[in-house]
Design a protein around this ligand. Structure first.
Ligand code: BTN
Length: 265
């Protein structure tokens, strides 16, 4: 077994972990339905902030908008973190942007490759999707009780099903190198924790400039699938609370959710 396909163990992860809270408590699984489901169940049972669930293989990995998240077992990173941000629900849409920036920074530093953020929570390398983020939360009495931050990052996988081949990539495909997933996860946890602690002070409102610096969506023509219909327009920005601003047919539309495709000309 090559070092890169060695299963991630709690002991190995903790050995070089610089993050203090993120990953302090770790649950590892060979196979699980979804790390997000497990982390949500743990969060409902008072798991502390930073509790981490990792799996080598998910049988029902979830993507946004009810999609599946497919990843070859043992080749990638699929993990979920329990967060308990002291914020109101009005800024919860900034959390995907925070996570996208923290993860993009780690990948850029580790791989020396440019990473682009695509609203709301995709990471693209060379125009193809390398990672997706799924946030699921619970709000009680108008305050966020917990948020589960789920991350799927294509690391060492080199082949994708035909329907994804044109749209998906991995760190290995892009760089030609294999990556030690434990080291990568340690770096990601540190970056996620540092950015979280820094941005929590102002309720994540300062995340926007960093996210905007990492996107190429502004002024691009896009189509957005939302609630069964498709909008075409030009992205003009993101609101202070994380919604996409689209100029379409002379009208400004504010979108809090949707599946965005950048139109190539
Ligand atoms: C997306 O791009 O639609 C989001 C994908 C999120 C996938 C990750 S893999 C770990 C965690 N557990 C899940 O079931 N989903 C997230």
């Amino acid at each position: 077994m090559s070092p890169t396909s060695t299963p991630i163990t709690s002991a190995d992860l903790k050995k070089g972990l610089e993050a203090k809270r993120f990953g302090a408590k770790v649950y590892t699984f060979e196979t699980i339905d979804s790390t997000n489901n497990c982390a949500r169940a743990l969060a409902g049972c008072w798991a502390t902030e930073g509790t981490l669930v990792i799996a080598e293989h998910q049988t029902a990995g979830k993507g946004r908008l009810g999609r599946q998240w497919l990843a070859n077992p043992g080749e990638n990173l699929t993990f979920s973190l329990v967060l308990r941000p002291t914020i109101g629900p009005e800024v919860v849409n900034l959390l995907p942007l925070y996570a996208a920036v923290a993860l993009a920074e780690t990948i850029e530093q580790t791989c020396g490759t440019k990473v682009e953020c695509k609203w709301p929570n995709d990471l693209l390398i060379g125009g193809k999707k390398a990672a997706g983020i799924l946030l699921e939360g619970s709000v009680t009495n108008d305050a966020v009780d917990f948020v589960v931050l789920g991350v799927g990052l294509n690391v060492n996988q080199t082949s994708f099903p035909p329907e994804f081949q044109d749209r998906a990539t991995s760190l290995r495909l892009h760089t030609g190198r294999e990556f030690d997933r434990t080291e990568l996860l340690q770096t990601m946890l540190l970056s996620l924790e540092k950015r979280y602690d820094g941005w929590m002070k102002n309720r994540f409102r300062d995340v926007l400039p960093s996210w905007l610096a990492k996107t190429s969506m502004i002024n691009k023509e896009v189509t957005v699938a939302v609630d069964g219909s498709t909008l075409t327009g030009t992205v003009s920005g993101v609101t202070p609370d994380g919604a996409l601003i689209l100029q379409a047919n002379g009208t400004e539309t504010i979108l809090f959710a949707g599946d965005v495709t950048i139109v190539d000309h």
